[in-house]
Design a protein around this ligand. Sequence first.
Ligand code: HEC
Ligand code: HEC
Ligand code: HEC
Ligand code: HEC
Length: 220
Amino acid sequence: MRSLKDRGSDGRDLTEVEDTCIECHSQGRPLTIPIEGKYYDWPVGYRVGLRLQDFWKLEDHTLGVTSFTHFPEGTAHKNRMQGNDFVQSVMYRRGIACFSCHDAHGTDNYAQLRKPADKICLDCHAPLSPNGPRTATLEEHTHHEDGSAGSQCIACHMPQIETTIADVRVHAHTFKFVTPEMTEKYGIANPCTSCYTDKSTSWATEALRQWPERSPWRLE
Ligand code: HEC
Ligand code: HEC
Ligand code: HEC
Ligand code: HEC
């Protein structure tokens, strides 16, 4: 069981706790149609403490296919799919939860973050920390001057991706770095040319090759 015990909680199942958010912040399908044969686009009958998997199935996706909900490489491009994204991430596998960053009871920060977006990551990440980044300073990791737009963790790890509604642009919650090469292959926006709009993806790939701590094999 993925347990919360080590955080001084009462041993509640971590999956169950995160499902409290995923219930609404995901795209999927109800497993049954319990109310007079009428289809509802949410897990009818689920409530906190029950198992979401008994009521709800996350939207299927076939790698390589662009669908209403997904980019071909698996990132969501529709609004309110943080759950679909997050369960794919390394942080989810390591027991980080929505509530590690958000306090749904409300805060003064954007998106009910526990700390402002430029601070929250540093609660667990620091240069040479076991969680990364693995450079001596943050500047060596970001290759942008501290405090500049390009040095923000979310600029590269939570790029504002396309959405299907109006002009809202939601942030990817896979926390993956989307390479310029993926833009070529899959049509998903990468952080480099989203900012340097006058530059090409091959310019960006070449620039990344000059970052000495980056493996060239991860840039494809
Ligand atoms: C009953 C459904 C429901 C549940 C459960 C739920 N949310 Fe939401 N949440 C919404 C809706 C609807 C919005 C409105 C924004 C939108 O359309 O995406 C929202 C908005 C948000 C926002 C953006 C708010 C802002 O101020 O910009 C955050 C962050 C968020 N939810 C986090 C969470 C977290 C974390 C949990 C679990 C602890 C959670 N939500 C549980 C339905 C829900
Ligand atoms: C590691 C930290 C972290 C985790 C874990 C996390 N979020 Fe977020 N989330 C953020 C940040 C940072 C932003 C806002 C980015 C900004 O300031 O523009 C955000 C934004 C949002 C928003 C507002 C819409 C958007 O995309 O900007 C919603 C809704 C949301 N998160 C829901 C969730 C839910 C639900 C989960 C769990 C499935 C979750 N988040 C997990 C850091 C996190
Ligand atoms: C509550 C602690 C916590 C917070 C807050 C947090 N992280 Fe993490 N993060 C982790 C842990 C733990 C790992 C896994 C480290 C490992 O096992 O190597 C991780 C891993 C990562 C990775 C590597 C994932 C991969 O795919 O290789 C990235 C990138 C990352 N975090 C970005 C962020 C960003 C951006 C924020 C802020 C929005 C953030 N983290 C906030 C704990 C946290
Ligand atoms: C200018 C872009 C950029 C910024 C800004 C950025 N990162 Fe990264 N980060 C990367 C790239 C590129 C990778 C390598 C991704 C891969 O190999 O898949 C990476 C990897 C990571 C990893 C995995 C371990 C490692 O060192 O490779 C962690 C953790 C991480 N970043 C955290 C952060 C945090 C925390 C911040 C904010 C202080 C941040 N990053 C800001 C580009 C950036």
